[in-house]
Write a protein that binds this ligand. Structure first.
Ligand SMILES: *Cc1c(COP(=O)(O)O)cnc(C)c1O
Ligand code: SF4
Length: 328
């Protein structure tokens, strides 16, 4: 690793200038990165910066988080709300697409901002935190919908809430008789593992199962501190699932996927979903064609244990929900 380690141990990098000062982009790339930052948030935690090798142009960690001028070009097939959440929003912060489960998005901040994010038009550090009144209205919606058996917290990243706030939300949902299970989707265990402390573990203990789906795309994201955080969660009785996105030049080979899913199993994380890229603006450089993804999944069948294999899925346009790739 080049210089910059001292800087990298410090604070989260949130601007093009901060990335340059940390040695994560070349001075010549700063102007483009600053233009991208005007439109899409940047955040690289000290932990993630420490995983990067900026001297390697193919580094799969750099590629996931470091902005690229290509993000300013919207390809013809790309759309602002690729999962079509808006028509399925009965109350601010809720997405209800399936009869038995619904999403709650209490905030839109994340520990890191992924360059391929399908919610990139809305996520960011200063947007989307529901007010107390909005949160109350969203929770009241769950309380009066008896068909809802599972509440799924997403965002943004729910583990960016303080343990006190998160615990209050989970406790209120767990107290609803028809809600049987809770689920949280998060990138925190692999991007800011220090947040998984005793207080956070306490917030997850609400008397009903709280599943945690961890978003990770490369085996190197399972660094020692992330493994420790995942072990703390598993030891606290939190069932762990893995969700990944199939990304060009991050994990688009049988070797990379095998290593990723094996790393998950070592962390007691059951690979759950491998998502095909949603067509969010400025993300064309990450797209892997479905035929190629299907071939990769087939090649994994013989190579790794069945419990290491996720379902390869995509979102259908107009809000049809998730379907297995290859089924339509
Ligand atoms: C993905 C998603 C879910 C969860 O679906 P599972 O298949 O149960 O993981 C729930 N609601 C919405 C709106 C979703 O997009
Ligand atoms: S953590 Fe999730 S919501 Fe946040 S930027 Fe990454 S993909 Fe998007």
């Amino acid at each position: 690793m080049p210089d910059g380690d001292a800087t990298r141990q410090g604070r989260t990098l949130r601007s093009a200038a901060a990335l340059r000062q940390a040695g994560l982009i070349a001075p010549a790339a700063e102007a483009d990165a600053a233009r991208v930052a005007e439109r899409y948030s940047i955040s690289v935690t000290p932990h993630v910066a420490g995983l990067m090798d900026p001297s390697d142009p193919a580094d799969p960690i750099v590629r996931q988080y470091i902005p690229d001028a290509a993000e300013l070009i919207t390809a013809p097939h790309e759309i602002e709300d690729p999962t079509a959440d808006a028509p399925f929003t009965p109350v601010k912060g809720v997405v209800h697409r399936y009869p038995d489960r619904a999403l709650l998005k209490p905030l839109l901040a994340c520990p890191v901002y992924c360059r391929f994010c399908f919610r990139r038009e809305v996520v960011g550090p200063d947007g989307g935190l529901l007010t107390e009144a909005e949160l109350d209205a969203a929770l009241a919606w769950f309380e009066r919908m008896p068909a809802i058996r599972e509440a799924i917290l997403t965002g943004g990243d729910p583990l960016m809430l303080s343990p006190r706030r998160l615990g209050a939300i989970l406790s209120r949902l767990a107290a609803v008789p028809h809600i049987e299970t809770l689920r949280i989707h998060s990138r925190v265990p692999v991007s800011e593992p220090s947040r998984i402390d005793a207080a956070m573990l306490g917030a997850l203990r609400v008397g009903k199962p709280v599943f945690l789906a961890v978003h990770a795309n490369h085996a190197r994201e399972f660094a020692p501190a992330a493994m420790d955080a995942l072990n703390r969660l598993a030891d606290a009785g939190v069932p762990l699932l893995g969700q990944s996105v199939l990304l060009r030049r991050v994990n688009d080979s049988a070797e990379a996927l095998e290593a990723l899913f094996r790393a998950m199993l070592r962390a007691r994380v059951k690979p759950y979903y491998l998502h095909s890229m949603d067509p969010a603006p400025g993300t064309a450089r990450f797209v892997v064609p479905e035929a190629e993804g299907l071939a990769l999944m087939r090649s994994l069948r013989g190579r790794i244990s069945g419990i290491a294999l996720p379902a390869y899925v995509k979102e259908t346009p107009q809000g049809g929900g998730k379907v297995p790739v290859g089924s339509t």
